[in-house]
Ligand binder design. Structure first.
Ligand SMILES: Cc1cc2nc3c(=O)[nH]c(=O)nc-3n(C[C@H](O)[C@H](O)[C@H](O)COP(=O)(O)OP(=O)(O)OC[C@H]3O[C@@H](n4cnc5c(N)ncnc54)[C@H](O)[C@@H]3O)c2cc1C
Length: 460
């Protein structure tokens, strides 16, 4: 079998593998970085995302806020350096509720998140002397506040968010959040890494040779046949196939995958303003169906769940610039663990269900329900750990590392995650949040006890 050498082989050229390659080749000057993937870069999960980012993360502990703050610092640095080639904005996320108890909960959880380092919480009551609420600009990211604004005055909410349901009682608007073109962000990092010598091999890693407890070579199946890449360092960035890749070196990774779908359609009625932030309905809801529809849905257990209470979290945002009328809608209402396959199966009913759910928050969307617009549905896998925190760091085989379990936050976390795995590989200084993402955290009995308590409180 032919052989070639590499300092580091990265299995997977999604955003995780590319960010790792960027930080190794560009920021740490490592030569001989090779990315291996049978698919084109950024084409499996990493081009299916909603491309949003936020530093607004709950605890316990400040590790997620720390990781995301660092990742957003890196995003902003690359945006400045590239003349914002990936259109980073700072519109924020707007969580809305019509439930007084939920409004109180939003405020309580926000105070906790603020205290973890996500920035100050500003309450806007609309009363005399109350601090003014400053809306976010549609484009650009400089000079914007951090933290969050909590609007709890009806008149203020209607002035700034006239398109939301008139039942809305509170809007929480975290501000170090927004979106960007993740595809262009990834390709920018990839080009920078290639300019520093990183290479891409189109092939599938099908085996890893380990000798004396250390990685020695990677077996790659390419169109022209199999080859060996001799390397002392392997980074597992295989996304939904993280577990399969782990098993190639005899390591069982504690991950599972859920299928998450997304809808895009042309909002020619302009129900969602083009300058809106990411809009999230924070309440569970029951969808409205006619008697005939109810009878039909009740016929199958697959569709019967649409008659029950549906979870909170349906969300939407405008997509594209200039004349674009495209909007993106998502609602993870049914996401059991599944075996990942490429290409993932798509649910034809999804578009209508999400549109109905989103119409609860933005009533003008109900105008589409008589005649559904032509929608494009796509999706990919959230690969997760039990507590929905990533795996970044060494694996228990010498020279093997992992960057993955990036769930629904892989784009926003990629900068700091790539930087962190590169620091592990090169023996660099590690940030305070590093231990929270290592694989060996599960060996700590105190951490396992925390996870059990977490699970019992329903927060996982
Ligand atoms: C609907 C949806 C919405 C999302 N919204 C957001 C969002 O708003 N913000 C955000 O930050 N994140 C979001 N995400 C999450 C984000 O897209 C993912 O976390 C991220 O793309 C994962 O990147 P990855 O590189 O780990 O995986 P992938 O992009 O899947 O890349 C893994 C790569 O590994 C390759 N591979 C696998 N096995 C092998 C092998 N044996 N040999 C060689 N290569 C292999 C695959 O071919 C693939 O190219 C969303 C995801 C989905 C599905």
């Amino acid at each position: 079998m032919q052989g070639q050498g590499a300092e580091v082989v990265i299995c997977g050229a999604g955003i995780a593998g590319i960010a790792a390659a960027y930080h190794l080749a560009v920021r740490r000057g490592v030569s001989g970085v090779v990315l291996v993937d049978p698919q084109p870069p950024m084409s499996v999960t990493s081009d299916k995302s909603t491309e949003c980012y936020r530093n607004w993360w709950p605890g316990p502990g400040d590790a997620m806020v720390g990781l995301m703050n660092r990742s957003i610092d890196l995003l902003e640095t690359l945006a400045r350096q590239s003349d914002n080639v990936f259109h980073l904005n700072r519109r924020g996320y707007a969580y809305a509720t019509a439930n007084p108890a939920r409004a109180q909960q939003l405020e309580r959880v926000s105070a906790e998140i603020s205290a973890l380092g996500a920035g100050p919480l500003r309450r806007h009551t609309g009363g005399p002397g109350a601090s003014p609420y400053v809306p976010s600009p549609a484009e650009g990211f400089e000079g914007q506040p951090t933290g969050a604004d909590l609007l709890i005055d009806g008149a203020l909410i209607r002035r700034h968010f006239p398109y939301l349901s008139e039942r809305t009682l509170a809007v929480l608007h975290p501000r170090r959040c927004g979106w960007f073109s993740a595809q262009q962000y990834g390709m920018y990092m990839l080009e920078e890494a290639r300019a520093r010598g990183a290479r891409l091999i189109q092939g599938r890693v099908e085996g890893v040779e380990v000798a004396g407890g250390r990685v020695r070579a990677v077996r790659v199946a390419e169109a022209g046949g199999a080859s060996l890449v001799w390397t002392p360092t392997l980074i597992n960035a295989a996304g939904p196939w993280l577990g399969e890749m782990g098993r190639m070196i005899g390591v069982e990774l504690p991950v599972f995958s859920e299928l998450h779908l997304k809808v895009a359609f042309r909002d020619d009625r302009r129900a969602i303003p083009r300058d809106a932030p990411l809009l999230i309905w924070a309440d569970p809801q029951r969808l409205v169906w006619s008697d005939e529809e109810r009878a039909l849905l009740a016929e199958s257990p697959e569709t019967e769940r649409l008659l029950a209470e549906m979870p909170d979290g349906v969300h939407a945002r405008p997509e594209g610039r200039g004349d674009s009328t495209t909007v993106l809608l998502l609602w993870p209402y049914h996401t059991p663990p599944v075996e990942p396959i490429f290409l993932p199966p798509l649910d034809v009913a999804y578009a209508e269900v999400v549109l109905r759910g989103m119409a609860t928050m933005i009533p003008a969307l109900a105008g589409y329900l008589d005649r559904l617009p032509r929608a494009i549905v796509d999706g990919g896998y959230y690969t997760k750990t039990r507590e929905n925190r990533p795996l970044i760091g060494p694996m228990p085989v010498g020279g093997a590392f992992v960057i993955g379990a990036l769930s629904g936050f892989g784009q926003m976390a990629s900068g700091a995650a790539g930087e962190l795995v590169a620091a592990h590989v090169t023996g660099g200084e590690l940030p305070a949040y590093a231990p929270a993402f290592r694989l060996d955290r599960y060996q700590d009995p105190a951490y396992r006890a925390l996870l059990d308590a977490w699970g019992a409180s329903g927060q996982l």
